[in-house]
Design a protein around this ligand. Structure first.
Ligand code: AP5
Ligand code: ZN
Length: 218
């Protein structure tokens, strides 16, 4: 299984990725998680990316494309992969097409902007694993602690309301074009075209998981 999860910031890509990667036994390639790891490690990439991310803008295409191409060379990608938060621009999508990176499904998770701000303000994450919770909608078993490791949960720097508003604007200006990009490709019936599936991301997490699994079955 090789798939792209497409959706606005806070649509639930990371949340659903946890279920999908387990079901299909594939690695989750989250460019956001990779960048946050680089920031934490203080690498040159991390130092360059931090300002851009904290403002809610996009890191340059060249950097992101390089990161993903390197990641795809690792042996765990042989069985498939799940892209979370990538591609995010037309040049990123073109780069994957040009490199012949196969995609079976593009799964769009649709959530209206109004619901996003509340989701972001209550989000808590476990940086080491990328696991995501919400204080109200998807709370951890023990408040403030990761379910698996018991380690401390944190709030992301870019989850402030102002930054979230900018991230939504960036999504509409630069990423939403990929809905038509992949939708049209899917409709073209060309060899190697992915299947395009759209599900609602509003409702209980488990209900959305079930719609995602159904969408990926046919
Ligand atoms: P990235 O980490 O990719 O962030 P994003 O796309 O903005 O998406 P999020 O992680 O915020 O949301 P999500 O859809 O994963 O939602 P989640 O499951 O966590 O990118 C961060 C930054 O890195 C970018 O701004 C950019 O600077 C840079 N970057 C990354 N990739 C890049 C690229 N390809 N090119 C250039 N720059 C790049 O859920 C959100 C919250 O809602 C959680 O609290 C969750 O518990 C809750 N929730 C989930 N599902 C539900 C539900 N059904 N009901 C209620 N609450 C729910
Ligand atoms: Zn995410």
């Amino acid at each position: 299984m090789r798939l792209i999860l497409l959706g606005a910031p806070g649509a639930g890509k990371g949340t659903q990725a946890t279920f999908i990667k387990e079901k299909f036994n594939i690695p989750q390639i989250s460019t956001g998680d990779m960048l946050r790891a680089a920031v934490k490690a203080g690498t040159p990439l991390g130092l360059a990316a931090k300002k851009v991310m904290d403002a809610g803008n996009l890191v340059s295409d060249d950097i992101i494309i390089g990161l993903v191409k390197d990641r795809l060379k690792e042996p765990d990608c042989a069985n498939g992969y799940l892209f979370d938060g990538f591609p995010r621009t037309t040049p990123q999508a073109d780069a994957m097409k040009d490199a012949g990176v196969a995609i079976d499904y593009v799964l769009e998770i649709d959530v209206p902007d109004e619901a996003i701000i509340e989701r972001m303000s209550g989000r808590r994450t476990h940086p080491a694993s990328g696991r995501t919770y919400h204080v109200k909608f998807n709370p951890p078993k023990v408040e403030g602690k990761d379910d698996v490791t018991g380690e401390e949960l944190i709030q992301r720097e870019d989850d402030k309301e102002e930054t979230v508003k900018n991230r939504l604007a960036v999504y509409h200006n630069q990423t939403k074009v990929l809905v038509d990009y992949y939708g049209d490709w899917a409709k073209s019936g060309q060899p190697g075209a992915p299947k395009y599936r759209k599900i609602s991301g509003v409702g209980p997490v488990e209900q959305i998981r079930d719609s995602a699994f159904t969408a990926l079955e046919n």
